[in-house]
Design a protein around this ligand. Structure first.
Ligand code: BGC
Length: 750
């Protein structure tokens, strides 16, 4: 405890240095709350509420689904009617939310409306690529728009609050939840976080189609030891501040309305009991104005974490740490009244939490019309519209990454006579959407690869399918049929990867190879047909060294969502030239993990001629595919890299320009990336850090001059004394098509 206090105090010190605000939490409350147009109404309502009614607002329960549809458990109905519920989880459809809302509005003394929260992570009914895949598009407008459409569809089904964006940086693909985030890079992750908040919330929360966003999880949930979900996070202050915190901060800067805690402990304190995170970092330092919800029963889990001896103590700890709402734990509702009576929690603090929650309800316009999101007509009109589906197809196409393409095997000609679709993911609707697919109907909605190819080629071509094998089986029963089919087809699309439930929450893996005997199937098919394209579907970077060696062409398609099959067919047959670039490094083997491009140089960087340098004796250090990597059907050349000045001051903006030329035979889109390296610092600095990118379309033969700008902020970091700023000295600036680029110039910061 003493140690924690020391740690906590040093954090306060560090953060204090950077802070321009030096206000007490109370001052902050007053200034923020008086800015709020609903201040008078909220205070008036608060003054009428009993302590029990106030605590009710801090409680979130869940809706239920039976085979026939949503149901209301009698105890949940009773709790709502008694004013013991502020928000509902897993409750959607216009009719269902209306029924639940009626219980709150008609039966409680004050008729305070409920919030309806749901995990709208990559679409509501129209499902977009998993966020990790979508981040490979490097298209912030596209990312914002997918969140926008998700909000339109969610709000048409009664949902006014999404538990997204998930912005946890992760450098460990064993962790199954990497599929929900934007990959390994804090700078890019921050831009994606902002785009997604903007997409969900729009510029006006009171509109009918915008919803509250929720940045999650806590902080640093993406770095569990050994990649095992829910595991401890143990991290230096410098890494926390410099690498893991920026995307949460970015979401707050973008005005995110709510934040969620995390299941993990961080340096000894569970995130859900960490007052430094919520009261200090989020609220004081970052000026977060929304409310904080616990992750699912995360308050209760303070007991097994071993920081509370019972639920009562856990509730007191979490509440005083700044957690406003209890998701599913039912602890606040049982214990906070007693905690107030015993003086362990103050009613003033409860008022403050209730204020924040009521403010969200006012901002959404629920007090004007509690049923505004339960709109059957909109539910009929606004889901899976042709426009949403067309966008989903575009989004999916842009998320696909071409990893290998020997001898221009891709794109395939549409004039082929026959094609074999083989593999456990060749015609498998259920597994196309990936985890967290909200209201997407996995039995019905997704377009499979087989369907996509049929849609594209019609009856002109003989299109046949054989599963070959399952996801995770040793049985080779299906092999022969698939081999025969491959033998008798011009080309093969071999769809392998993970099943839908192998990534996502609680789905960490210790082995990242293609599961079961899928590699054997690949070998067997390649033996009889060399024109085999691997279509990967998966929720994380996999260790596919074997595939990379034997297969002539590999397309990483992630879980591409409702329109997956059509989008993959667009890419395979050249109607879209792939442009995706990896936002997470692909390791060669699990032993290399955690692996990321932005590592330190070490005192003994690897040298092949010196045994005593940093390396493995049984594996290269380099990844299989680096961050930022992705091929195109065309080729690009970077030329004439130049900088506007050799020497700059902290006030200057450095202009970096490069000429990008499409040197191949197809029109195509390139994501040009800019990285920096600070050569000497008061602390060690990464060998590369992303600081810019441009996504550009070039016709074949076309060139374009690209301009990037670097400011002092781009050169800044947490220095030895933990202040944030730059240091004078020499820098490299690199430009290229992935993080391996060595095309560079150098400049001095005075
Ligand atoms: C997850 C959250 C999610 C919540 C509600 C938890 O298990 O960690 O990300 O928002 O459930 O479904």
């Amino acid at each position: 405890m003493k140690l924690f206090k020391l740690f906590f105090l040093s954090f306060l010190f560090v953060i204090g240095i950077n802070s321009c605000q030096n206000k007490t939490t109370d001052n902050i409350k007053t200034s923020k709350q008086t800015n709020n147009p609903f201040d008078v109404q909220i205070k008036k309502l608060l003054s009428k509420m009993t302590l029990e009614e106030k605590i009710g607002q801090l409680n979130m329960l869940s809706g239920d689904w039976s085979v026939t549809g949503p149901t209301i458990r009698s105890n949940v109905a009773k709790e709502i009617k008694e004013g013991h519920v502020g928000a509902m989880l897993n409750s959607y459809t216009a009719a269902y939310t209306r029924k639940l809302m009626e219980l709150a509005v008609d039966s409680t003394r004050l008729g305070i409306p409920l919030l309806f929260g749901y995990d709208v992570i990559h679409g509501m009914r129209t499902i977009f690529p998993i966020p990790l895949g979508e981040s490979c598009s490097w298209d912030l407008k596209l990312i914002e728009k997918s969140a926008r459409i998700a909000a339109i569809e969610a709000s048409a089904e009664g949902v006014d609050w999404t538990f997204a964006p998930m912005v946890d940086i992760s450098r460990d693909p064993r962790w199954g939840r990497v599929m929900e985030g934007a990959g390994e890079d804090p700078w890019y992750g921050s831009l994606v976080a902002k785009a997604r908040v903007k997409g969900f919330q729009g510029s006006n929360l009171s509109s009918d189609s915008t919803i509250l966003a929720c940045v999650k999880h806590g902080v640093a949930y993406g770095a569990p030891i050994a990649g095992r979900d829910y595991n401890t996070v143990d991290m230096s202050k410098r890494t926390l501040l410099g690498v893991y915190l920026p995307p949460y901060h970015a979401a707050v800067e973008a005005g995110v309305a709510t934040a969620m805690t995390a299941f993990n402990d961080l340096n000894g304190t569970p995130c859900t009991a960490n007052g430094w995170i919520w009261n200090n970092l989020y609220r004081k330092q970052w000026g977060f104005k929304g409310f904080v919800v616990s992750d699912y029963t995360a308050i209760n889990e303070l007991v097994p974490h071993g920081v509370a001896k019972n639920l009562f103590d856990a509730d007191v700890l979490a509440f005083n740490a700044g957690v406003d709402m209890d998701m599913m734990g039912e602890g606040y509702i049982s214990n906070l009244k007693k905690a107030v009576a015993e003086g362990l929690v103050s009613e003033k603090e409860i008022n403050r939490s209730v204020y924040r929650i009521l403010k969200a309800k006012f901002e959404l316009g629920l007090f004007k019309n509690p049923y505004k999101y339960s709109n059957e007509q909109r539910e009929k009109n606004d889901l899976m519209t042709p426009e949403h589906l067309a966008f989903a197809r575009k989004d999916a196409r842009e998320s696909i990454v071409l990893l290998k393409n020997n001898e221009h095997l891709l794109p395939l000609s549409k004039k082929i006579k026959s094609i074999a679709i083989i593999g456990p993911l060749g015609d498998n609707k259920y597994n196309m959407l990936g985890a967290w697919s909200a209201a997407g109907d996995r039995y019905k909605d997704p377009v499979t690869l087989l369907e996509g190819v049929k849609n594209k080629l019609g009856n002109r071509v003989k299109i046949r399918y054989a599963q070959g094998t399952g996801f995770n089986t040793k049985s080779t029963k299906g092999f022969q049929k698939a081999i025969n089919l491959a033998k008798n087809s011009d080309v093969v699309l071999l769809a392998v990867g993970e099943s839908n439930d192998m990534s996502g929450e609680a789905s960490s893996r210790a082995y990242l190879n293609l599961p079961g005997n899928q590699n054997d199937l690949v070998d067997a098919i390649l033996k009889v047909n060399k024109k085999t394209v691997i279509i990967l579907m998966n929720g994380r970077p996999l260790t596919i060294s074997h595939l990379a060696k034997v297969a002539p062409a590999i397309l990483e398609t992630w879980f591409a969502g409702t329109e997956a099959g059509n989008a993959i067919a667009d890419v395979v047959f050249g109607d879209y030239n792939p442009s995706g670039k990896l936002t997470m490094t692909f390791p060669r083997n699990v032993g290399q993990i955690p692996i990321f491009y932005s590592h330190m140089n070490t005192g003994r960087p690897f040298s092949p001629s010196n045994h005593y340098t940093s390396k493995y004796i049984d594996s290269p250090n380099s990844p299989l595919y680096p961050f930022g990597f992705g091929l195109s059907y065309t080729t690009f050349k970077y030329d004439s890299l130049s900088i506007s000045k050799q020497e700059i001051t902290t006030k200057d903006t450095l202009r970096v320009s490069v000429v990008l030329k499409n040197t191949g035979n197809y029109d195509g889109t390139e994501v040009a990336q800019l990285y920096i390296r600070d050569l000497v610092g008061s602390v060690t600095r990464p060998v590369k850090e992303l600081r810019g990118f441009r996504k550009v379309f070039l016709r074949k033969g076309e060139s374009k001059k690209l301009i990037f700008k670097l400011t002092n902020k781009d050169l800044s970091f947490y220095r030895k004394d933990m202040t944030f700023g730059s240091e004078p000295g020499r820098f490299y600036v690199f430009v290229g098509g992935n993080s391996n680029t060595e095309y560079k110039r150098s400049f001095w910061l005075k």
